[in-house]
Design a protein around this ligand. Structure first.
Ligand code: ZN
Length: 208
């Protein structure tokens, strides 16, 4: 199903910043040229880090798929993990529904409740940014985020999960809420034949 809704310019900017840091501005120019999305970046000014409507969700997916094609899975993975982490940090500081958690909620709630709250609030932000349904739930196996019609891997095929941005994003959310690092995996990915993209966070943190 085509998704012609537009994402805020900030989303594109966060991807740009990480690519420049990891691979340089030349690689970023190449990526936009190869994606046919030069109107967002030709080597001059970066897209503004604000709410201006920018590329459509489908164009964003195409940008990600092109990045995989030209930089390879190994090249893209650290960039998208980092973009995800930085994106969460940005919303932690600027989104009221998220930043408010750092007060009473994080002080008084038991860890499980904190995790559920931070996951549902972060998933809501991602849902609004990407115009894509996100579901969160938990069971004995862990805490889950499920994305249907996932824009991170649309148009991509792999033998493993390739949605690295959400791994960074939700991993950072957990670190912020609990001060610990939790194991997070993409246990089902549309690019690898799944029905949805599903992320599982373990019930216990990794030993520090
Ligand atoms: Zn996926």
């Amino acid at each position: 199903m085509p998704n012609e809704q537009q994402v805020p310019s900030l989303v594109i900017r966060q991807v740009c910043d990480s690519i420049i840091d990891n691979l340089g501005a030349k690689s970023l120019r190449l990526l936009f040229a190869q994606s046919g999305l030069q109107r967002f970046y030709t080597g001059g000014d970066l897209p503004p880090a604000d709410d201006t409507p920018s590329a459509t969700v489908d164009e964003l997916s195409h940008l990600f798929a092109t990045a995989f094609r030209i930089f390879g899975d190994k090249g893209v993975k650290p960039i998208l993990l980092r973009t995800g982490r930085n994106s969460l940090k940005h919303f932690r500081d600027h989104n009221k529904a998220l930043s408010a958690l750092a007060g009473a909620a994080f002080k008084v709630l038991p860890t499980d409740a904190k995790i559920k709250l931070v996951l549902s609030r972060s998933a809501k932000i991602a849902e609004d940014l990407l115009h894509t349904p996100h579901t969160t739930y938990d069971n004995a196996e862990g805490f889950f985020v499920e994305i249907s019609s996932c824009p991170y891997c649309a148009g991509n095929q792999a033998d493993h999960g390739v949605c690295y941005f959400p791994l960074g994003f939700y991993g950072e959310a957990l670190r912020w809420a609990t001060g610990a690092t939790y194991p997070i995996d993409e246990v089902e990915c549309i690019a690898a034949g799944g029905q949805v993209c599903r992320f599982r966070i373990g019930r216990a943190p990794e030993p520090s």
